[in-house]
Write a protein that binds this ligand. Structure first.
Ligand SMILES: C[S@@+](CC[C@H](N)C(=O)[O-])C[C@H]1O[C@@H](n2cnc3c(N)ncnc32)[C@H](O)[C@@H]1O
Length: 227
């Protein structure tokens, strides 16, 4: 496996790199953020007091989480200090914390994780899953979005993206196995992001395609086993 990517080295041109590497699929990084949070929002029908974005990077999702869950307290964490300082400067009033061995941010009703697990070395993924399980309230829910390794366009984008140099993509079954080992129960999953943003008027059709392993990404949701 290649050396772990340090996102501190990419913060300045992160959105630009994303735009370049996904130009086949999208010209707008906002589209992906809004799409994922819209999907989560549409599935949650109970009050959400606290939300964690684990691996929040430069905070691209935070604004949309705030819009979708007004009144919720939002916390972002990441291992990249440079990313967190950009996130903090662009999202005043939101707490951002560096992930390290003794990070204590409490428990959350919703944990949102997008595009992070493929950057975590496979040997560390069970520990990361256990950490997330510990941070869920008893009826909290975890959503993880990941690149779909079955989609050849996704694989091409990942192969050409400098900050994906350390990426080891996971199949949904691998993510489900991690959750199982972390005492969580998967309560839903689906493939998503089939339709490029320029055809976004067709996006409502995506819910009928969730079973088809050709989406650009997929999502899995899980809760604690002890409920
Ligand atoms: C591709 S970026 C995604 C950022 C953000 N979630 C988004 O959707 O824009 C991946 C992020 O995961 C972070 N990351 C990698 N390993 C991590 C870990 N073990 N714990 C927390 N964050 C991690 C990286 O520093 C980077 O900011």
């Amino acid at each position: 496996m290649s050396k772990k990517v340090d996102f501190d080295d990419f913060t300045g041109n992160y959105n630009e790199l994303l735009r370049e590497s996904t130009q086949f699929f999208s010209s707008s990084e906002e589209y992906f953020a809004k799409y994922k949070i819209g999907l989560v929002r549409g599935q949650i029908n109970k009050p959400v007091k606290r939300i964690l974005e684990y691996g929040c990077g430069i905070g691209r999702n935070i604004r949309y989480l705030q819009e979708a869950f007004p009144g919720s307290e939002i916390v972002g964490t990441d291992i990249s200090e440079a990313s967190l300082s950009i996130a903090a400067s662009e999202n005043p009033g939101v707490l951002f914390e560096k992930e390290c061995a003794d990070t204590d941010v409490g428990v959350f009703d919703l944990i949102f994780v997008a595009g992070v697990f493929h950057h975590i070395p496979p040997s560390d993924r069970v520990a990361a899953s256990k950490l997330l399980e510990k941070r869920l309230t008893n009826d909290g829910v975890l959503y993880v979005f990941e690149h779909n390794p079955y989609n050849p366009v996704t694989r091409k984008i990942v192969n050409n993206c400098p900050y994906d140099a350390d990426a080891v993509l996971l199949k949904p079954s691998e993510l489900l196995g991690l959750f199982e080992r972390a005492e969580m129960v998967a309560s839903g999953q689906g493939y998503c992001l089939f339709i490029p943003p320029k055809f976004s008027w067709l996006a409502p059709l995506e819910k009928y395609l969730e079973w088809l392993p050709l989406g650009g990404q997929y999502w899995v949701k899980a809760t604690r086993k002890s409920i």
